[in-house]
Design a protein around this ligand. Structure first.
Ligand SMILES: Cc1cc2nc3c(=O)[nH]c(=O)nc-3n(C[C@H](O)[C@H](O)[C@H](O)COP(=O)(O)O)c2cc1C
Ligand code: SF4
Length: 424
């Protein structure tokens, strides 16, 4: 049975994003109520809900907030709206369709971690969406929900929008902080983690757009209510971005634990033109690919990990039998090579070599030993860099090689794709 969207409820094709409409359907009640609660109770409620970060890693939100040291001020909140993971397009729809829900979530998080200043780091390409947010922030300020003594209480909060410059790496939390500080967006080594030493070396919580937009619902209805959705270890609901060879690509909100084949068939309209599917990447381009035998996997953090992949950002990329897997992985590795910030040698050089070798195979000039070489280069990259972009580049390559090795071997032997008339 179709799930009735909660986060996407008001994110229609032509949404009313005014503060009056948001107030009309019960907006800002949760924030006002939360400001009357002790901060520790708010953190406990979010811990009780089991909400896990929706930016990719799935780390429990309340637990992360609990790492902020008490009494070290100022503290900051950063809303990660950089959304650049190939296949992911949920935050864009969420923040432009229901901007006040994001602002309300930010107010709740800022109260919990004692932050009087929040930043929304929005992807550079999202110009119109940034304007929607600017307008909403302005309206909220005029209503007294932002600025000095919000809701007439002894708490002040400002939200500043920071526009990204189009670099994928600035979605990674530490490079995002460096970028907000006005420097080139290079990731930093962890520890120290941002919750302890983040923006300008002060405690900083970074949360994804979707994570924050869950908060008004949790504070209105309680952590127990939230736990009523999803699975025991992956509670709640999640927006999945389904793209590729389906009849109805788009964002779909479902309880965690829904089956992948159910998402494809019942929500996304099934395989495009009834052409059988070959492979699905379940969580954004950085995660290992799944084959047919795993299409019945339940979409929660644990079940996807058991099948050797990750839920990631929830971007489900669907590929049918007409896709040549050599061309598909060339497309992906080109992206990672281009987006490597260049700070670490294994990533800067490794992504380049992976691209060069796969490109050579795709041009019909590959050698059989290239397959082991690709494996070897990948093994030397994983775990040897400042951030995990290098791992994110290697995981899809190694999984394509493992699961579709016959396509690579065929290409090398025959100097052409195994797929007749490939579409990519
Ligand atoms: C290369 C790279 C890119 C990332 N891009 C994003 C992004 O666009 N949006 C996002 O929310 N998280 C992104 N992340 C994850 C963030 O580093 C961080 O874990 C997340 O914003 C934390 O929020 P959450 O706890 O609410 O998930 C990225 C991570 C890496 C390594
Ligand atoms: S792993 Fe790559 S993207 Fe990350 S810091 Fe090193 S060079 Fe930059």
């Amino acid at each position: 049975m179709a799930f009735k969207p909660i986060l996407l409820k008001y994110c229609t094709d032509n949404p009313d994003t005014s503060v009056d409409y948001y107030l009309f359907h019960g907006g800002y009640i949760a924030a006002e109520k939360t400001l009357d609660m002790p901060r520790s109770d708010v953190i406990e409620e979010v811990k009780k809900s089991g909400l896990r970060g929706r930016g990719g890693a799935g780390f429990p939100t309340g637990v992360k907030w609990g790492f902020v040291p008490k009494g070290v001020l100022p503290t900051y909140l950063v809303c990660n709206a950089d959304e650049s993971e190939p296949g992911t397009c949920k935050d864009r729809q969420l923040l432009s369709g229901d901007p006040h829900a994001l602002i309300e979530g930010i107010i709740i998080a800022c109260w919990a971690i004692c932050a009087n200043q929040a930043f929304i780091y929005i992807r550079g390409e999202m110009g119109p969406e940034a304007k929607v947010l600017e307008k909403a922030i302005d309206e909220a300020r005029r209503k007294g929900f932002l600025g000095d003594k919000i809701f007439g209480k002894n708490f002040s909060l400002e939200i500043t929008i920071t526009r990204g410059g189009g670099a994928y790496i600035c979605g990674e939390e530490t490079s995002q902080l460096t970028s907000i500080e006005g420097n080139r967006g290079y990731p930093r080594l962890k520890p120290p983690f941002p919750a302890v030493q983040g923006l300008w070396s002060q405690p900083t919580i970074i949360n994804n757009v979707e994570t924050l937009m869950n908060l008004p619902h949790i504070m209105n209805n309680g952590g127990e209510w939230y736990r009523g959705f999803g699975t025991e270890k992956s509670p709640g609901f999640k927006v999945f971005s389904v793209s590729g060879h389906v009849n109805k690509p788009g964002n779909y909100e479902v309880p965690l634990g829904v089956r992948l084949d159910e998402l494809i068939n019942d929500y996304a309209g099934g395989p495009l033109n009834d052409i059988p599917l070959k492979a699905i990447i379940p969580g954004g381009s950085s995660v290992p690919v799944l084959t047919k035998k795993d299409f019945d996997v339940e979409l929660d953090y644990e079940s996807v990990a058991e099948r050797g992949s990750m839920l990631g950002s929830g971007a489900v990329i669907v590929m049918n039998e007409n896709v040549c897997m050599v061309s598909a992985i060339l497309n992906l590795i080109r992206f990672y090579h281009h987006e490597s910030c260049g700070q670490c040698t294994p990533c800067r050089e490794g992504t380049g070599w992976l691209e060069k070798i796969i490109h050579r195979i795709a041009k019909g000039k590959g050698r059989m030993e290239d397959l082991d070489l690709l494996e070897n280069i990948g093994n030397n990259m994983v775990g040897n860099t400042v951030c995990v972009l290098a791992d994110a580049a290697v995981m899809p390559v190694q999984s394509f090689l493992k699961k579709f090795r016959h396509e690579f071997e065929y290409f090398i032997e025959n100097k052409k794709s195994m797929v007749e008339n490939p579409i990519n």
